[in-house]
Design a protein around this ligand. Structure first.
Ligand code: NAP
Length: 292
């Protein structure tokens, strides 16, 4: 069996086209969605992510604001920037690029973002809403994966989903979103014993580990759907996932590549959340082009 490739580039484009229609409609009614991204320090990977987010939001027709702050900024000053954006009616989504320098309390910064503008879906209030199934901003990477599964016609209800990784931004919310769609969910992590025996039971296997080519064909049941969240460098410095693509594609029924899989979906869902936030602001009479 050679797996069907689930392309995040194609599905992402389909969703971005839908977002563009939504943005144009909102602008016609007098409201332009705005996304602000705060970048602290000079980390090259973070700079690239922020640049991509800016480019994508402009392509979607949104207002984009980038705030670049020095590595040495104090926590107090950073919180003041967030507060200013919380009160800016032309901004509907606020994102603070992680990780932050060690002298800054990341949890405190996340909590300082207004839950109404928390388009990353990391604020504890929004995490709680997600877990009890209330409408909220869903974390972008797992949300993007749900879109990939659903738009690829993959049934989730009744399936055994195994999630390897339990981070707050990927693994944990991933399992919750699959549970909400009636999957039976198993979480695995670094302390899991006999990991391969759990992974091999999965109908849907999600790898969110951060270890290059960790999941080989020995971890995968014949016909499983395999989603690779990892973004790593292999021994030649080439971008690769947590899944050993070449061996696993011979066993799986569907697989996401790296690059071109989950990656493009994450920014797409950020735009979707920003549009949603602006639509809510518009409904509540809190958005106007004139206020830019
Ligand atoms: P993270 O915070 O480092 O979490 C990694 C998880 O993997 C942890 O729960 C850890 O378990 C588990 N783990 C580590 N080694 C393991 C092992 N040997 N066996 C089983 N589990 C193991 O990473 P993350 O933020 O979730 O990201 C995971 C990967 O996805 C990274 O490669 C990251 O770059 C990538 N990523 C991609 C996107 C995208 O848009 N494509 C977005 C976010 C992240 P413990 O909890 O026990 O330590």
């Amino acid at each position: 069996m050679t797996a069907k490739v689930i392309s995040g580039v194609e599905i992402g484009k389909e969703i971005r086209d839908e977002i563009k229609v939504g943005v144009d409609k909102l602008i016609d009614s007098g409201c332009k969605p705005g996304l602000a991204v705060i970048l602290v320090g000079e980390d090259p990977a973070s700079q690239t992510y922020v640049k991509n987010k800016e480019k994508s939001s402009i392509q979607a027709g949104m207002k984009s604001e980038q705030i670049k702050l020095p590595e040495t900024i104090s926590q107090k000053e950073l919180l003041e920037h967030v507060e200013k954006l919380n009160n800016d009616v032309s901004i509907h989504g606020i994102l603070v690029q992680l990780p932050l320098p060690s002298h800054i309390d990341e949890d405190l910064v996340i909590k300082s973002i207004s839950p109404d503008k928390d388009v990353d879906g990391f604020h504890p209030q929004n995490v709680g809403k997600m877990i009890i199934g209330q409408e909220t901003f869903l974390p972008c990477t797992p949300h993007g994966i749900m879109e990939m599964l659903e738009r690829s016609g993959i049934d989730i209800a009744g399936k055994h989903a195994v999630v390897i990784g339990r981070s707050n931004i990927v693994g944990k919310p991933m399992g919750q979103l699959l549970l909400q769609k009636d999957a039976t969910v198993t979480y695995c992590h670094s302390k899991t014993k006999n990991l391969a025996s759990f992974a091999k039971q999965a109908d849907i296997l999600i790898a969110a580990i951060g270890k290059a080519k960790f999941v080989t064909d020995e971890y995968v049941k014949e016909g499983a759907v395999v989603i690779d969240v990892g973004m790593n460098r292999d021994e030649n410095g080439k971008l690769c996932g947590d899944v050993d693509y070449d061996s696993v594609k011979e066993v799986a029924s569907a697989i996401t590549p790296v690059p071109g899989g989950v990656g493009p979906m994450t920014i797409t869902m950020l735009l979707k959340n920003t549009l949603l936030s602006a639509e809510i602001a518009q409904r509540e009479g809190k958005c106007s082009l004139l206020q830019e």
